[in-house]
Write a protein that binds this ligand. Structure first.
Ligand SMILES: Cc1cc2nc3c(=O)[nH]c(=O)nc-3n(C[C@H](O)[C@H](O)[C@H](O)COP(=O)(O)OP(=O)(O)OC[C@H]3O[C@@H](n4cnc5c(N)ncnc54)[C@H](O)[C@@H]3O)c2cc1C
Length: 291
């Protein structure tokens, strides 16, 4: 078997210079929490592994002069959950990062890795949709920024081409916006979401108005919640839960081939019931935040 080359640039400049020289079957390595298990089980024949671990610029979290919070792609879930800017402006993302896997997974797993891996059960993508985030992609031709819609296609694939690196996430800062994230999994520890729901709202004259909500783990990529306004009040929570259950059923009926997330009939029924759980959790969190 041919030897695998291991590259570990120390700056963004070095990374950019390496891109045109990479063999086509190069694996990009971030925290390795998804990639390493894949390598161990599938034994792909990578000619080269490109590690991003040693590039400090990819770990920066900072406010930009044009009103965004820039989060480097190599920021780990643990670092994001500990970051005061993320906590202050993007509470939903903070909540999502705080509950990814176990402490070990949070210490190594990165936000960029989660978005590129694009698992339907990933907790980060729904939040980036929620905040209308943009993603910065580096290629040998330079950097470009794309919306989540352009980054993550409905079939669950990303727009990244060979030799392209996700370098940062940009979230527009709106100091009036509050948000939350909840998920329901099958275990108490190391919970991969069976369903997740995040919502963003503003307070108008003492009443919350939910502007947007996204559901994770029910389709190949996060789905917009059909009527987010219903999440603002306990009186409309039942209606909201019913809407979500209907949405899950519709998605399942439309499927023509087995989904990446293999769902049996029983699991699907469970998911519809779980919808109620996450809806009530979100409604309660919104109510409690606005007391
Ligand atoms: C036990 C366990 C529990 C988990 N629990 C959760 C959970 O609760 N919620 C959740 O959302 N996820 C969970 N995960 C999944 C995983 O931790 C996340 O998806 C993680 O953040 C991946 O990031 P990483 O840095 O480890 O990526 P890696 O494994 O290094 O990479 C993942 C993929 O993305 C590519 N890649 C990574 N970074 C870049 C980049 N910047 N540019 C281009 N390509 C890149 C890699 O080539 C690879 O294909 C869990 C995983 C494990 C093993």
């Amino acid at each position: 078997m041919a030897r695998t080359e291991y590259l570990q640039p120390g700056t963004l400049e070095d990374l950019k210079n390496l891109l045109p020289t990479l063999p086509t079957n190069t694996a990009v390595l971030a925290g390795g929490t998804d990639l390493m298990p894949q390598i161990r089980t599938r034994h792909p024949d990578y000619e080269c592994i490109l590690s991003l671990w040693n590039i400090p610029d990819l770990r920066v979290v900072e406010e930009t002069t044009d009103g965004y919070l820039k989060i480097g792609a190599m920021v780990t879930h643990a670092a994001a959950a500990d970051n005061h800017l993320i906590r202050r402006y993007f509470r939903g993302l903070y909540m999502a990062c705080s509950h990814v896997g176990s402490q070990q997974v949070r210490n190594k797993g990165t936000l960029g890795g989660s978005l590129v891996n694009a698992s339907p059960a990933g907790d980060i993508a729904p939040c980036i949709f929620l905040y209308h985030g943009q993603l910065e992609i580096l290629s040998q031709d330079g950097s470009r920024r794309v919306d989540m819609d352009e980054f993550l296609f409905p079939d669950g694939k990303t727009c990244l081409q060979q030799g392209e690196i996700l370098t940062a996430i940009y979230l527009p800062i709106d100091k009036e916006l509050n948000s939350c994230f909840v998920k329901l999994g099958s275990r108490r520890e190391v919970t991969i979401a069976q369903i997740s729901l995040c919502a963003a709202w503003k307070n108008y004259s003492g009443k919350p108005e939910v502007l947007s909500a996204f559901v994770g783990a029910i389709d190949r990529r996060p789905c917009a919640f059909p009527n987010p306004g219903l999440l603002a009040d306990l009186l409309t929570a039942e209606q909201a839960a019913q809407l979500l259950a209907d949405q899950i059923r519709q998605i399942r009926l439309k499927r023509t081939r087995p989904p990446k997330l293999k769902l049996t009939e029983a699991e699907q029924l469970y998911k519809e019931r779980a919808a109620k759980g996450v809806v009530y959790d979100v409604v309660e969190l919104i109510g409690a935040a606005e007391l």
